[in-house]
Design a protein around this ligand. Structure first.
Ligand code: PEP
Length: 250
């Protein structure tokens, strides 16, 4: 049985105060399923204090990290800093990091290795552009992201890895992939992982779908056999909509 993960990527939203308000409201609800939330770095420590009393587990994560343990990298944050602030996971290789902040596959590979080294679970994001999808060769960029991102990662680490398939054309656009298209792509990704790293790793690897998930489309996406959860941006900013999505993963 693969882990089912309904993860929230808050991006650059919510102050410490707003984070606390969200978490208190979430924890006073009938939370039907574990939550995974990546708030801004500034909120992590305060969030960790609050969720330590949660009846249903709330995992906290970073949205990015630097590969180095420490150093002269103004504005950056290390995996061990995230961990000590209360994170247990970290989103790595999000397309906004790749496109807006020019992260390349080699840097993402170093970040993944560093996350494993400090004991953070990476949510490693891959996905194709609209042009690649239209050309029909959409698996080429995804396979390249996977092979270079996971280069040299030893197989025991795969049990602590989460993948997220996030087609760039679906992120923040309101145009989610259909459940059929997402399922087909997840299945191909799993097939690629099986061919390269073995069937056992592929079978146990959680692959989340992300890109304009909302209350209306979550259930159908979650009912597909190769979709093991969701990575949600906009629809996870309001407690009630995040909760309704959590309720759809029973
Ligand atoms: C994301 O940024 O990871 C994401 C999936 O955003 P949205 O749900 O808003 O498309």
């Amino acid at each position: 049985m693969r882990k089912k993960i309904i993860a929230a990527n808050w991006k650059m939203h919510k102050t410490v105060h707003e984070t606390e308000k969200f978490l208190r409201e979430l924890m006073s609800s009938d939370m039907p399923h574990e939550a995974w939330i990546a708030p801004p770095f500034t909120s992590l420590h305060a969030a960790a204090q609050i969720v330590s009393n949660a009846k249903v587990k709330i995992h906290l994560g970073g949205q990015n990290m630097h590969a180095a343990a420490q150093g002269a990298f103004t504005g950056e944050i290390s995996g061990s800093m995230l961990k000590e602030a209360g994170a247990s996971f970290c989103i790595i290789g999000h397309s906004e990091r790749r496109n807006l902040f020019h992260e390349n596959d080699a840097e993402i590979n170093a970040k993944l290795k560093s996350a494993f080294h400090v004991g953070l679970t990476p949510i490693f994001c891959v996905g194709e552009s609209a042009a690649a999808r239209d050309s029909g060769d959409f698996m080429d960029p995804i396979e390249l992201q996977l092979s270079s991102g996971l280069l040299g990662i030893e197989s025991p680490h795969f049990k602590n890895l989460v993948l997220a398939y996030e087609p760039i054309w679906a992120i923040g656009t309101g145009k989610a992939a259909t459940p059929q298209l997402a399922q087909e792509t997840h299945n191909k990704i799993r097939g690629y992982i099986a061919a390269k790293w073995g069937g056992d790793i592929a079978k146990s690897l959680p692959i989340l779908y992300g890109g304009s998930v909302n209350v209306a489309n979550a259930k159908q996406l979650l009912s597909e056999p190769d979709i093991d959860g969701l990575l949600i941006g906009g629809a996870a900013l309001e407690v009630q909509s995040y909760l309704s999505i959590l309720r759809q993963q029973q």
